[in-house]
Structures are given as C-alpha cells and as structure tokens.
Write a protein that binds this ligand. Structure first.
Ligand code: ATP
Ligand code: MG
Length: 420
C-alpha cells in the first residue's frame, strides 16, 4: 500500500523540535502578560465572507491563497489565512468593544502558497490586536513590546524596524490617483504582475521585488507627501515616542502591507539573516475595520508574527538556550524484579520534588542497556534500583555529567541530595 504522507507545505512538529517552540511560546505569552494583554482563541474555520470582507477582495490572500471549500450543507467556509478578521468578528459578536481591549492569539494559519524555506501552507502566527485606543501611544507600546522580545530572544542586532504611514482613506485615495497617473504613463516598463495591480491594487506595486520596477518607483510620487494633517501628527508623535524610548527604526515610504484594512501606521520587523523570506513580524493600524465588519466605529492596531520564521532565525543565529537539549533531570534504572519498588520510589520523588523531571525506565533490559538510555536522555543523574537497593528501601544515585562518586541512600535522603 502506498504510504500516506502529510499534505505539502504542512509540517509535523517533532519531539526534537517542540522544546524550541515551547520556549518561543512561553517567552511570548509571558511577555504579553507583562504588558497586560489577554489571550483570545477563535475557530480555525470561518465563513468565507469574513475574509473576503475584512482582508479585501483584491489581495493576494483572497485572490489566490485561501483554503476554501463548501461544507456538507453547502456553505462556503475557509481555513483562516490570518488572525485579525476572526478576532474582530469575535470582539463584535461577544460585545468586547464596549471598552478598550488588548488581545493576543497564537495558532495555525493556512495559505495556499508555493512551499519554500520560511513559507508554508500551514504556518503559525502569534498576533496582537488592540481595540479602542486611537492615539500613537499604543502604536508605540506594541513596537516597544516587540523590541523587548527581540532583546529577550537575543536577536536585536539582527532585526530592524521599517515604519511608514499610509494616511487616512482620503489621502490614500489621492496618493493612489497620483501613483496610477505616474505609472500609467510608464506602463510598458512594468512587469505583468504590476500591470495587473495597476488596476486592482496599485499601492502593492510599491512592494514589488522586481529591481526594474523599484528603479521606476524612485521618481514616483511619495506617499508621505500626501499625508493628511491628523495622520502626519500621529506619525510624528509615534516617532517621538520611539525616539524617547530608544526603539530605532527606518522610515520606508514604500512600505505598504498586503492587506486592505491598514491605514496610518504600518510597520515590519525584517532580518537579512533569512534570505527572501525576511519579514518576521508585520502589522499596523486598522481604524476602519471594525465598522466595516458591522461593529461600532472602533480604532484598532496590531501585528502578526510568523513563528516558523522566528524559529529559523533563532536556529540560524544559534541563540537558543542550551537547556533546551535537556528534557529530563533524572533517569531511573530498574534492574531485576524491582518494578514495584522503582515505580513507588519514582512517585515518592515526584511528590517530594515537584520541579524534578524524572523519566523511569520501563520494559526491563540489562543494566548496561538501561544506563545507555539514561545517558542518551541527557539527564544529569541516573537513579539506580537493583534487588539490593529494593530490599533496603534505597536508591543509588550516579551523576552522568560530573565526576563525583556514586552514593546509595534512602529514598527520603535522595530528595535532599537532588535538591542540593
Ligand atoms: P510575505 O510578504 O512574506 O508573503 P505577508 O505580508 O503575506 O508576508 P502577513 O500576512 O503580514 O505576511 O503575515 C505576518 C507574518 O506571518 C509574516 O511577516 C511572516 O512572518 C508570516 N507568514 C506569512 N505568510 C507565511 C507563510 N506562508 N509561511 C510562513 N510564515 C508566513
Ligand atoms: Mg504573503
């Protein structure tokens, strides 16, 4: 029979890799807690209409990347390609927006893209969404929070912040007209993709990776020259807050985001350590989205952070803590007819030492083969019970790392030794 395999672009997370993920996940959830953010969990599957409306019909995601199908009753449903739309829906539906909300989420997202390094079909994002705060102080807060994250993870030197303002919808529309006019006069110099975007979503052309297009854009009208007064003040204040707290950034007037809902602040944290897939974290302000989704007008700002890319970055830069290699502190070896004594001793130790990660050998085998397993487990100690020890209510403790003599002691004594 042909062996079944996982769907292309959808990876298993194996036991050897999960400690790294657990490290990233706990670092992030603890960080969010330190800033007073609460977790929200929304379904993976939503009505297709939700994404068409929130993300935008003319975006890459909705045009070609969604996992969409009809369920058994004929309703069109979609595996979520991003987290903002569902969070906004949940916030409206559950009346969360009567007061400001600082929310975070974590989970899988699905996009039908060409799988490559740092680009998957099922990938994972952490995200933050803040509702009900319109000033630039909150924009600054989430950027400071991410800057702290890079510091904590030891990658500050390898990521940089790109910042821009898209203005309000009127100034964006005025800019759009100017850009379309400039590019239409040079249409024959644009690649096919950009020509298509010229009609559907011209701002995305600014994002083009094509060097010829980028050269053409050098003399194009600049988004920042079109900003309305309110957006300009917002942007200036945000920059002042970042300057005051030592978060460095580069203003990139060509930074636009691939989703329709952004206005005013947009940003990306990028690295050049990962090749083409260099954006680790991206977000911005979406003041019109809640109203567009049927809620009361409510400002919003947030970001999404790609976990696969972050893990790749931590591995590439070799900044993972050594302790991640060690999953257990002690390994119990039980030789002879001593299973019952070994299981009881192990339970006693787990009660006495709640921090202890103790793996007990099951399934028998020779002393030598069990000691090999103890060594392979990366534990600090082998705890050995043979028939003599079992009869005397004792355990032999042998250090697997340090050159110290082994001791045979009562189970209660052992807790004290391990504690030290
Ligand atoms: P890109 O330009 O790389 O396609 P995007 O603009 O589509 O990114 P967002 O929708 O802003 O990305 O998602 C936020 C983050 O999620 C990205 O910065 C990236 O780290 C991660 N991400 C997006 N798509 C994928 C994917 N297919 N596989 C892995 N990570 C992804
Ligand atoms: Mg994309």
């Amino acid at each position: 029979m042909k062996q079944l395999r996982a769907i292309r672009g959808m990876n298993d997370l194996l036991p050897t890799q999960s400690p790294v993920w657990q490290y990233v996940e706990s670092t992030l959830s603890e960080l969010f807690a330190r800033y007073g953010y609460s977790e929200i969990r929304t379904p993976l599957l939503e009505a297709t209409q939700l994404f068409a409306r929130a993300v935008g019909e003319a975006t890459d995601i909705v045009e070609k990347e969604m996992y969409t199908f009809d369920d058994k009753s004929g309703d069109s449903v979609t595996l979520r390609p991003e987290g903002t739309a569902g969070t906004v829906r949940a916030a409206i539906q559950n009346n969360l927006l009567i007061q400001p909300q600082r929310l975070w989420y974590f989970g899988p997202m699905f996009r039908y893209e060409r799988p490559q390094k740092g680009r998957l079909r099922q990938f994972h994002q952490f995200g933050v969404e803040v509702f009900g705060i319109e000033g630039p102080d909150i924009d600054a807060e989430i950027l400071m929070m991410t800057a702290r994250l890079w510091k904590q993870l030891g990658v500050s030197e390898h990521v940089s912040l790109q910042l821009n303002s898209l203005g309000n919808s009127e100034s964006r529309a005025a800019y759009r007209d100017a850009l379309v006019e400039y590019l239409s006069a040079r249409k024959d110099q644009l690649d096919e993709d950009s020509q298509r975007r010229l009609e559907r979503n011209p701002l995305r052309i600014l994002d083009s990776k094509n060097p010829d297009t980028q050269a053409l854009l050098a003399d194009a009208p600049c988004l920042l020259d079109f900003l309305d007064d309110e957006s300009r003040t917002h942007f200036d204040q945000l920059r002042a807050f970042l300057d005051a707290t030592g978060v460095t950034y580069e203003v990139n007037p060509r930074l636009v985001r691939g989703l329709d809902y952004y206005g005013k602040t947009v940003f990306e944290w990028v690295t050049d350590s990962l090749g083409a897939q260099g954006t680790v974290c991206a977000g911005g302000r979406y003041d019109g989205l809640v109203e567009q989704m049927g809620g009361k007008p409510t400002p919003g700002v947030g970001f999404g952070l790609g976990v696969e890319r972050l893990v790749l970055l931590l591995e590439t830069l070799e900044v993972l803590p050594d302790a991640l290699d060690q999953q257990v502190d002690a390994y119990m070896v039980a030789v002879g007819d001593v299973q019952s004594a070994a299981l009881a001793a192990a339970e006693q130790l787990r009660s006495d030492l709640p921090w202890l990660r103790l793996q007990t050998h099951c399934g028998g085998g020779s002393f030598k083969s069990q000691m090999k397993k103890a060594d392979k487990s990366n534990a600090d100690y082998a705890l050995i019970i043979g028939e003599d020890e079992a009869a005397a209510g004792q355990i032999t403790v042998k250090s697997l790392r340090a050159d110290v003599e082994q001791q045979t002691v009562a189970v209660a004594e052992l807790a004290k030794i391990l504690q030290g």
